[in-house]
Design a protein around this ligand. Structure first.
Ligand code: SAH
Length: 348
């Protein structure tokens, strides 16, 4: 029998496995606690579990863990971590401190297949999906790192690292279930945000599955022609369909949707673009995050100047929309999406 990643099991699945091994159900609570509260990453550390059961578990399961390859602190307080996986692949995570919170940004895939023209990760192409254990381990490592550096640990998670979370649906949903499970980490779903480039069928599936967390959509252009140029995903998931999916999502979940809009100089940053963006958001309640482009050598775009950004934001605010500006963090440590991992994997 092929060994299974123990970190991908729900509590009920763990119960079933232990009953199959001839154990009483309460053992499952103990093992689950070791995994998700005490956060051990070997069976031998489970000291109140019999040696026999530890051996049986080791025969049947393994830990799909990740290791830290390269933590880098930025002058602005953010910290970027490259994680190396069991097969030598590298993904990245970022710790972003703010006054009232500590946010972990984590990855869901090695590389990405969405081909967004402004994104450094896109240049790697899609390599593979991460497992549930590989996703949750990024959280554990960043949380430990945050605590060791004098903080309270992570309060919020954003699925905004490398990859398209909705193209790795089942592992991503499993990871959210594990991180929000009150028997384990117990993070409130409202503190988790999943960001997508806008996969229409999967947004509908999220709605049908009663997704309890926040949904963010990387829009970056409010009209099809431009959006298809900068985000090829738009060719098969055009704005009218995306709008329908988001309206459906809101109807089913009651949640407000976060729209991410990154300003690219001379590309999508005019007042007309802002007007079209406002039009797009009319069917459902939104919060708009206007994001500063983080330049990198693999994309020829430039960020918009301060005056253009202010005019864009003020226009939206004038329409009574909720708008936040997200200035890019950690520029000195190659924080644009995908930059650090591609540097590490090339051995630079
Ligand atoms: N695939 C998902 C999540 C990963 S990308 C998505 O598309 O939402 C996370 C966010 O970073 C997205 O909004 C993406 O558009 C943005 N991003 C990518 N490259 C960037 C760059 N160079 N500067 C600023 N934001 C960038």
């Amino acid at each position: 029998m092929q060994k299974q990643d123990i970190l991908s099991l729900s509590f009920d699945e763990l119960c079933d496995s232990l009953v199959e091994l001839g154990e009483k159900k309460f053992r499952a609570s103990q093992v689950y606690q070791w995994l998700w509260q005490k956060r051990v990453r070997s069976f031998d550390e489970m000291s109140n579990v019999s040696q026999q059961l530890r051996d049986q578990l080791a025969e049947r399961f393994f830990f799909q863990t990740v290791k830290v390859a390269k933590p880098q602190k930025s002058a602005d307080g953010s910290c970027k971590v490259a994680f190396s996986l069991h097969d030598g692949a590298v993904v990245e995570g970022v710790l972003i401190p703010a006054k009232d919170r500590m946010t972990a940004c984590i990855s869901t895939q090695v590389g990405c297949g969405m081909h967004c023209t402004f994104c450094a990760t896109a240049t790697m192409g899609f390599i593979r999906n991460l497992s549930c254990g590989e996703i949750t381990d990024q959280f554990f490592i960043l949380d430990k790192f945050a605590r060791e550096n004098g903080g309270n640990g992570i309060s919020n998670i954003v699925y905004m690292g490398m990859g398209e979370p909705l193209m790795n649906y089942s592992a991503v949903m499993e990871s959210i279930a594990r991180l929000t499970d009150t028997k384990g980490v117990g993070l409130a779903p409202s503190r988790i945000t999943l960001s997508t480039s806008g996969i229409v069928s999967q947004i509908k599936k999220l709605a049908d599955d009663g997704f309890p967390c926040n949904l963010a959509v990387s829009l970056h252009a409010p009209k099809d022609m431009l959006r298809s140029q900068i985000m090829p995903v738009n060719k098969t998931n055009p704005l009218a369909k995306l709008s329908d999916a988001l309206a459906y999502f809101h109807e089913k979940t009651g949640s407000r949707i976060t729209i991410e809009y990154m300003l690219l100089n001379g590309v999508n940053d005019s007042i007309q673009h802002a007007r079209d963006l406002a039009e797009f958001t009319k069917r459902f309640p939104v919060k708009i995050n206007v994001i500063e482009f983080n330049p990198h050598p693999k994309a020829s775009y430039k960020k918009s100047d301060k005056q253009t950004l202010d005019a864009f934001v003020n226009f939206l605010k004038g329409l009574n929309l909720v708008v936040n500006v997200r200035y890019s963090k950690g520029r000195d440590i190659a924080a644009a999406c995908g930059q650090l991992a591609s540097k590490v994997s090339k051995g630079k």
